[in-house]
Design a binder for this molecule. Structure first.
Ligand SMILES: [Zn+2]
Length: 317
């Protein structure tokens, strides 16, 4: 290990949390730190600066550069044009603002693209040349890696798969449209699916709470981990929605590997099995697709921050 080389920091600014991690010169990782993300430009900048100081204190190494993955339409000059789950970012020059506050080189990237980079460099997609990574978080973003290169599109907005319509006239989406995939298959949709199954009489009691308690994704996830039958039913229906979008992507892009990321991957096989089954059932010519082409990310919800740190390291160090 070269002790003289500085660390690279990675941040992931999402609709719910801001995560930060240090990537050391030997590619080992520091501890992930996390802070709730308030939908406010100034507070987001302040949080990134504060977390940078905290990590610096812990690591006791010089910080050489910072990479920031952000949920939204990030153009090539580091301006967040719009972010459906972070309304404060509207034509917001995030890169310039962070450069003013931080004394090291900074790079801005879409969060799902960053996450994909972590998985192809150090994670589950290391051996693959053609990968789609779908991050199931507050919304859904995708990273595209084809012919061994990241694909960002002409302006940098490729991979906004969460806003692919899967239900005409369906649920309203913060993007202003209706029936977007992320309303049904993002990490935060489990609660909605439980509610609608309950309304349709397809769901029994989920435990001791009264019927008035609204379902949320975290609760469904916990119950599923305890093998609660009703929660597993919810997960089954959720998996059908996830698989529907994955099949659309695979039909268009023909990747070798589809990586699923985001906090919900903590459910492990409980999530992967029903997604794979549903995927196989609804994929046209499924015999032509690799049996186990859908996999879970190695780094779970850390992928975005790790990938941003890697991208910054490769550009600046
Ligand atoms: Zn939408």
């Amino acid at each position: 290990m070269n002790l003289g080389e500085p660390v690279s920091l990675g941040f992931d600014i999402g609709g719910t949390n801001i995560r930060g991690i240090a990537l050391r010169p030997d590619f080992s990782l520091g501890e992930m730190i996390l802070h709730p993300c308030e939908d406010d430009q100034e507070k987001i900048i302040q949080t990134v600066v504060k977390l940078t100081d905290q990590i610096q204190e812990k690591e006791k190494l010089e910080i050489g550069c910072i990479g920031v993955g952000v949920a939204g339409f990030v153009d090539r000059s580091g301006v967040v044009q719009t972010s459906p789950n972070l309304s404060t970012f509207d034509d917001f020059p995030l890169l310039d603002k962070l450069r003013q506050k931080l004394s090291v080189p900074v790079l801005i990237e879409n969060d799902a693209t960053s996450a994909t980079w972590a998985e192809v460099q150090l994670g589950v997609a290391k051996e693959s040349q053609n990968v789609v990574m779908v991050c199931l978080g507050t919304g859904i973003g995708a990273g595209l890696y084809f012919n061994s290169e990241l694909f960002r599109g002409s302006a940098g907005y490729a991979g906004e798969v969460g806003h692919m319509t899967v239900m005409p006239d369906g649920l309203p989406c913060p993007c202003g449209r209706f029936g977007c995939w992320e309303r049904y298959a993002s990490g935060s949709s489990l609660g909605y699916i439980a509610e609608s199954m309950k309304l349709d009489g397809e769901l029994g009691s989920l435990g001791s709470d009264s019927d008035e308690t609204p379902f949320d994704s975290e609760r469904i996830g916990h119950l599923a981990l305890e093998r609660n039958k009703e929660a597993l039913k919810v997960l089954g229906q959720y998996s059908n929605w996830v698989a529907l979008g994955l099949v659309n992507l695979v039909n268009i892009l023909d990747p070798e590997l589809v990586v699923i990321g985001g906090g919900i991957t903590e459910l492990g096989e409980l999530l992967l099995d029903p997604i794979r089954k549903s995927f196989e059932k609804i994929t046209p010519e499924s015999s032509l697709r690799a049996k186990e082409m859908v996999v879970l990310a190695k780094f779970g919800k850390k992928s975005g921050a790790i990938g941003a740190a890697l991208l910054a390291k490769q550009k600046f160090l």
